[in-house]
Write a protein that binds this ligand. Structure first.
Ligand SMILES: [Fe+2]
Length: 319
């Protein structure tokens, strides 16, 4: 029994037009039907972000994960403090719907995985004693660079009132592995085979909520280029370009219209066999970044547990 990868995040939002504009600016393809918007990575047949409009404020509705052996998972869930739930009104009853011990809704579906990505061009760096790129420029002029398009949803980070209890549920009931953590403040869980370093992560907060969804791009240049473009288009705050210690990925985060975040990432650690991985409990100085700009003051603020009026979020510094 095991979760395999992340498929999507579904959010209730007050302003679906603002959300569609933000995620389209981020490079996702929008399909809007009334009060529901599906935002997909170009070329994928499923959404990675689902927005449900007409709500008083932004709130995590559920996450959807791809998993196998659903009957085994369903049997394990009540043994670890969760419940098997009915499908919410308007949603498919395929797979199983789960409430974790904190009431967070998770939809598990058994479906085929995405087609394997074609190999990206090798990212070459000239270094002392190691010249690997000669007689050509690494960089194309800005005018020749295509807009950055996210390749796939890699992970989600969620707020929880008890990080270690959430990890316990994800590992024991859903068959995931603890990749790493920083004390009891932030923790990262992965699939047990052929996984990004993290698929579902948790940060401590007074309540549950959505912090960010993270999308893979090809290389660090695309992280920086995509982040700068989305910051300029959205006028929202950002954090990046930088590199995490935990997971090793390059990152650039841009704040969405409701105070949570969109992340571009590249070059994350890969766990091919969890049985051969040793989790580390990091100090708090490694919990956010190895290097990068100063962290925005509200980067880990859970606006779902401590809301502010819509439209009252801090605007971006001038781009
Ligand atoms: Fe992330």
């Amino acid at each position: 029994m095991a979760v395999l990868n992340a498929l999507s995040v579904t959010l209730e939002v007050p302003d679906i037009e603002a959300g569609v504009r933000f995620y389209a600016d981020a490079g996702l393809v929008a399909q809007v039907d009334g009060d529901r918007a599906l935002l997909s990575c170009d070329g994928q047949d499923r959404p990675s972000i689902v927005l449900l409009g007409g709500h008083a404020r932004k709130r995590l509705h559920h996450i959807t994960l791809r998993a196998e052996a659903l009957d085994d998972i369903a049997a394990a869930i009540p043994l670890h403090g969760g419940t098997v739930a009915s499908a919410p009104d308007g949603f498919d009853s395929d797979g199983i719907w789960v409430r974790d011990p904190h009431g967070m809704l998770i939809h598990l579906v058994n479906r085929a995985g995405d087609a394997e990505a074609p190999p990206a061009e090798l990212y070459q760096i000239n270094a002392p004693g190691r010249i690997v790129r000669t007689r050509r420029s690494a960089m194309a002029p800005v005018s020749a660079c295509q807009p950055v398009r996210p390749l796939r949803l890699g992970h989600v980070l969620l707020f929880t009132p008890d990080v270690l209890a959430s990890v316990d549920f994800m590992t024991k009931a859903l068959g995931m592995g603890l990749a790493d953590r920083a004390q009891d403040v932030i923790a990262f869980t992965c699939a047990r085979q052929n996984s990004d370093h993290h698929v579902v992560a948790f940060a401590k907060s007074p309540g549950i909520g959505f912090h960010h969804a993270s999308f893979q791009v090809a290389d660090p240049d695309q992280v920086g280029r995509g982040g700068r473009a989305l910051r300029q288009l959205s006028g929202r705050g950002d954090w990046g370009f930088g590199r995490h210690t935990i997971g090793s990925n390059f990152f650039h985060y841009i704040q969405d219209p409701w105070g949570s975040w969109f992340e571009y990432y590249a070059d994350m650690d890969h766990i091919d066999d969890y049985d051969l991985w040793t989790p580390t409990n990091y100090c708090m100085e490694d919990s956010l970044a190895n290097w990068g700009p100063d962290v925005p003051s509200d980067f880990v603020h859970n606006y779902e547990a401590d809301p502010v009026p819509f439209g009252a979020l801090p605007e971006a510094a001038s781009a």
